[in-house]
Ligand binder design. Structure first.
Ligand SMILES: [Zn+2]
Length: 88
């Protein structure tokens, strides 16, 4: 996680992931604030992570959960890497 970058962006009142200036939302347990799009994706990966851990503990297959998890993670990462091109 690029925590330092997130902090910097947060000071400017921008989304902690994509760097766009938007209405920001807080996620429980996270110091950063995020736009609606990113907070929805992050909430989903946090939820998926919880489900994967629970399923793993029960010895269940997590293939579908993991592929969804990595797809959304990739989307978040792509958005954070395009933060330099933000429309600020
Ligand atoms: Zn965002």
């Amino acid at each position: 996680m690029r925590t330092d970058l997130y902090r910097e962006l947060n000071v400017a009142g921008q989304c902690g992931v994509c760097g766009r200036v938007r209405d920001l939302f807080e996620l429980p347990g996270r110091p950063e604030k995020f736009c609606l799009e990113c907070s929805a994706d992050l909430a989903t990966v946090i939820q998926l992570n919880t489900e994967i851990n629970a399923a793993t503990r029960k010895g269940m297959s997590v293939g579908a959960l993991e592929s969804e998890f990595s797809e959304i993670s990739r989307r978040i990462l792509a958005r954070s890497q395009s933060a330099d091109l933000s429309d600020v």
